[in-house]
Design a protein around this ligand. Structure first.
Ligand code: KIV
Ligand code: ZN
Length: 497
């Protein structure tokens, strides 16, 4: 079987998404889970972009043992210097440098020419080679780059020492056959192509990311750039779980990866929870409904023989339908075990805090599921907020106006306000606004239940606009009005300093 290298960019392309930013500790948690999952390369960040990104690359390099740690740069010396510095502790390191090669990029972004861009590409690779042996070069917007020119660039950067050449469909424009032909053209027309690995990096703007990636692999690419849950710029990137399971289900492709597919579901939940990015219920492989059969005919068929309607066994992706459900009678050890299965390692002090919150939640709802556990584990993020929700009281119903009184603690000082509204959330937010007194508009507001049951936790995602910038907020509570107010408070904490 041919080996396909899995390059995960959840912590770079995925983390670029507004509202998905993680702190260094959270990034290390994801990186370690990616290592356990079996990815070959972790793109840990874009070090020159911020001190936070630089530091994350340093710390991930220390924390992770065998996957290659990769740092992104533009094709400029300063970026490469900083990336090399950030990678100094990595056991296996790679610099990922590159430049736009499409007519759009050359003409409008760089006001340059094809020859000049080719020279800059070669210079960037040679410069990165001074620091590391493993240099990946990306031809940004390769999806819309003329194949003949693209082949010239790929040939030149391989000659300059690139070990991997990335062919990104940056705008998600290609159709599967077009992307496949592009890779085939390069495989057939680039001298020395076998001295490097061609990589796919497909965005999902037309919903083609996975199909394009597979088409690239069928035509010779041997590295795929992917993210957990398919998160990434705009409509996202190719999702790791889809590629891994396609290769597992279609053994005839004769291509293998290092991925331990049973770790897919826990890491999907972890990334969704840490990034506050819900997974759509019908998302392939990891969506809540991915293995749920609702029609009577399907249920009957599955009961007679699972394979009548299922091409994958849910346990192959780590969905354990028989996993022990935690209840108010579960002890610390059971909670610690569940956290560890979900990739969260906690020390005893922190475990005590989570356990206390767990008991409070278990008082309100009977069964505590994995999502609940992950929310509890992430609670300290809101506990450190400068503005905290102290109390909330609402009265609402049919035929009466909703009234809310809200108490906030701002840097320890108490503030209170009351307001009426056309529903309990509206009233509570109006009361909040009286205290905060800034111009802000609620742009998006979604409520999602975590599993089922009227005692379930509701997860609320909000986007609040202030001074032209959109801030993301998240809240989770068995009371959805409280979850909504928590999400609003979480968003305003990011701009009211
Ligand atoms: O989509 C893209 O082109 C990228 C490159 C920076 C690799 O993310
Ligand atoms: Zn990208």
């Amino acid at each position: 079987m041919d080996k396909l290298f899995i390059f995960d960019t959840t912590l770079r392309d995925g983390e670029q998404v507004p509202g998905c930013q993680l702190n260094t500790i959270e990034k290390i948690q994801v990186a370690k889970a990616l290592e356990t999952l079996g990815v070959d390369v972790i793109e840990a960040g874009f070090p020159i972009s911020s001190p936070g990104d630089f530091n994350s690359v340093v710390e991930i390099s220390k924390a992770v043992t065998w996957p290659t740690i990769c740092a992104l740069t533009r094709g400029v010396q300063k970026d490469i210097d900083v990336a090399a510095d950030a990678l100094k502790f990595a056991k296996n390191k790679r610099i990922h440098t590159g430049i736009g090669t499409s007519e759009f990029h050359i003409k409008y972004k760089f006001n340059s020419t094809q020859d000049e861009i080719l020279e800059r590409a070669v210079a960037a690779v040679k410069y990165a080679k001074k620091y590391v042996e493993d240099v990946e070069f990306y031809c940004e917007d390769a999806g819309r780059t003329d194949n003949v020119y693209l082949a010239r660039v790929v040939e030149a950067v391989i000659k300059a020492g690139a070990t991997v050449v990335n062919i990104p469909d940056t705008t998600g424009y290609c159709l599967p056959w077009q992307y496949g032909e592009k890779i085939k053209f390069l495989m057939e027309n680039v001298n020395g192509v076998h001295n490097a690995v061609l990589s796919t990096h497909c965005h999902n703007d037309l919903g083609m990311a996975t199909a394009n990636t597979i088409s690239g692999v069928l035509n010779g690419a041997r590295q795929v750039e992917v993210t957990i849950n398919g998160i990434g710029e705009r409509a996202g990137n190719t999702s790791l779980e889809e590629v891994a399971m396609i290769l597992k289900c279609h053994k005839g492709m004769d291509i293998d990866t290092n991925i331990n597919t049973q770790k897919i579901y826990p890491i999907s939940r972890m990334v969704s929870s840490l990034m506050n990015m819900p997974v759509q219920p019908n998302k392939a492989i990891v969506g809540r409904n991915a293995f749920a059969h609702s029609s009577g005919i399907h249920q009957d068929g599955v009961l007679k023989n699972r394979e009548s309607y299922e091409i994958m066994d849910p346990t192959d992706v780590g969905i354990d339908k028989n996993s022990i459900v935690l209840t108010a009678r579960s002890g610390r050890a059971a909670l610690k075990h569940r956290l560890s299965v979900l990739g969260v390692e906690v020390e005893n002090g922190k475990l005590d805090e989570i356990y206390e919150a767990f008991l409070k939640l278990a008082d309100k709802k009977k069964d505590i599921n994995d999502d609940d556990v992950l929310v509890l584990a992430g609670m300290e993020r809101t506990e450190k907020q400068r503005i905290k929700l102290d109390y909330l009281q609402v009265t609402s119903g049919i035929g009466v106006k909703a009234v809310a009184s809200v108490g906030l603690l701002i840097a320890g000082e108490k503030f209170e306000a009351a307001a009426t509204g056309n529903g309990p959330v509206d009233a509570a937010i109006k009361a909040l606004k009286k205290i905060i007194n800034r111009t802000m508009t609620l742009q998006e507001f979604t409520i999602q239940s975590m599993s089922k049951g009227s005692d379930d936790m509701g997860k609320v995602h909000m986007q609040v606009e202030h001074a032209g910038v959109v801030y993301y907020g998240f809240g989770a509570n068995t009371d959805i009005v409280a979850a909504s107010v928590e999400a609003y408070v979480n968003a305003i904490n990011q701009f009211v300093k």
